[in-house]
Ligand binder design. Sequence first.
Ligand code: KG4
Ligand code: ZN
Length: 336
Amino acid sequence: MHVLGIETSCDETGVAIWDSDSGLVWERLFSQIDLHAEYGGVVPELAARDHLQRLARMVEAALKEGPAPDVVAYTAGPGLVGALLVGAALGQSLATGRDIPAIGINHLEAHLLAPLMEPDAPGFPFVALLVSGGHTLLIEARGLGEYKLLGTTLDDAVGEAFDKTASLLDLPYPGGPALAKLAATSEGGRFTLPRPLLNRPGCDFSFSGLKTAALYAVKELAPDDKAGRAALAHDFEDAVVDTLVAKCKRALGMTGLDTLIVAGGVAANQRLRERLYELPDAQVRFPDAALCTDNGAMIAYAGWLRWNAGERRAYDVRARWPLDSLRPPSKEPHDG
Ligand code: KG4
Ligand code: ZN
């Protein structure tokens, strides 16, 4: 059984084929980072147009070089509607043309399931920390489509906080990896930054206060103080990681679970990895760095899991689609 996955929710065009016996057998990924860099963020209209120019050729290559798909899985949301439409339209027409089924996949669920792709990965139940440019979620995952929201951000997403602070430090877009790289060159310890909501119960996050504190700190730095900028990057990363680690620990305690899965673009952060691996009595799993950011493989894989469990829904695209609104797979062909 082969599932062709299509991802176009934001600024990555991803196509992949998942083989139910041997795993990932074909993959291609194109990142539009250079296209959006001069604007300092993703421009929705440009993203959609670029997907349109590239996706058909990538799918053609998959069909020529990979095994024939039995099912098409495309990202139906959440994401940029114009961008999503490109993937959904092509996925659905491909399926119609080849007389095979198409199913719509939730992008967040695909991120959350990505770490399970590895052969020795743990299964349900687990706590998931989903940290990307648009989302900061702590989820109790009991089974496919059985997700309880334990905490989320009250303001900025953690990736957004990394990107905005990086921009304050004049680092190139996307800021997260650039800030992490600069942080690693310093011992830090020069700035006292807040750890918002740490002393409040629950698993919610807030990053806007931390970002404002970083803004004030930047203003006090002399323009040529390179060491100061690196120290600020280090102290900012430390504050973010401290907050994430504390809430993960709390989530594990609240649920009584011992498996923590970390997914999304910020899961590529080395410092976060090191600190979470140190959690006592917890089995912590990160996907391969290449699987942390958006890609087609995670859509193909989530498509396979859902299809295998009976999913038959071809969802329409949607900008918002909260993870905790998902349900276990359904054999109903339409989403109503
Ligand atoms: O999941 P993702 O590729 O895209 C979505 O937002 O869906 O996540 C991208 C985010 C960006 O904010 C980027 O700056 C951040 O992940 N990121 C990082 C690192 N690598 C990517 N943040 C901190 N440290 C990193 N090493
Ligand atoms: Zn994503």
